[in-house]
Design a binder for this molecule. Sequence first.
Ligand code: PLZ
Length: 453
Amino acid sequence: MPDSTLPQSGAAREVTQKRSLVTELPGPRSRELAARRDAAVASGVSSLMPVFAARAAGAIVVDVDGNQLIDLGSGIAVTTVGHSVPAIVTGVQEQIEAFSHTCFTITPYEGYVAVCEALNRLTPGDFEKRSALFNSGAEAVENAVKIARRATGRDTVVVFDHAYHGRTNLTMAMTAKNMPYKDGFGPFAGEVFRAPMSYPLRDPLGTDGAAAAARAITEIESQVGAQRVACLVIEPIQGEGGFIEPAPGFLPALAAWCTANDVVFVADEVQSGFARTGRMFAVEHEGVVPDLVVTAKGIAGGMPLSAVTGRAEIMDAAHAGGIGGTYTGNPVSCAAALGVIATIESEGLVETGRRLGERLRSFLLGLQERFPEIGDVRGRGAMQAIELVVPGTHTPDAALAGRVAKYCHQQGVITLTCGTYGNVLRFLPPVTIGDELLDDALSVLAEAFETVR
Ligand code: PLZ
């Protein structure tokens, strides 16, 4: 086990794993770039922080003014193994020198096959599997639906309250939250049915997952009919919706209902997968074996890659030529993915994430004792969150979440918010972040509560 407090790559060695502010934030160079950005980039594309990145290594992002920020976001759960990890950097360099593109559906290459082999091996279930590769999470979700429809001959896609599945037309329909994802961008794809989620903090059924599943199933059966459902798509821990962990028993009961009704159970592990939650995939915490697993983000450390993996008989239902795309499974992205997988396995990073989770959780629970605005602490491993409320109520306090995040940003800690009500602060550090660096970031978080509540 490497000492995770030490930098782990050539690039990381040159970037001390310490927070350091040498200018105000944003600094002068970032402000110049922001002005150019405002004149050139469409305003629908917004950025959380006003600082421009120059490089990144380990769990530190260095901005163009030389400030060193602690990354508690990992580019939204992407650089799970850390920034600039040697196996990824070298793999990408070697591949781009060899060739950058041929199109797998024209002249295939080994990297694509090797990534599929690894996915088939790493995903839950000891049945025969196949995989197909894509570019983004949304594109992979769309393909999972295409494959499930083709395999079942049925139309309806069941999704859940608070779900996030992407920004393409079908995945906007599958995503729950209107602002900012959907407003004015419709009409949306049809045959998408939204079922009630288990959200222990806010659900009258609380921690009774079996009852919450029964409620969802009743709605699906009465409003759609099981025989019309192609697939049920669910995030085992909801990401953008607020790091909502359904009550124990909810996912297994839904999976069992799918099996009994020939409905394809699709786990969207785009945010929760790839060593993020103390398991390779979040469904494993409850022993759930999906028919199809959708992966992206952490799979390739920032190179665009996503995948659908699952039962061979479902995956192979699509006719030859029915699944593809120009860049899908690009060789450079595949090289990055092989570097990520090798790093996770050789450095034991699933376990590292689990241990990090214990440290993070105990800190957040301690913070909750001090600040009654923290209504809930939830999540697993390096995917945890606090939900902020008006003390003594469940009324969301999004303004406080915004102020805490802003304070952290000004002190050089990249902190993200999320949630249907915008009142959740989420923590997604690289699992390799050192204890000292994490403690420094968390002390800034505590200071933020002391200062802005
Ligand atoms: N499924 C569970 O979390 C992406 C969205 C960021 P893409 N989440 C981050 C934003 O504001 O666009 C996500 C996810 C889950 C699917 C997706 C979509 O993945 O790679 O962004 O398309």
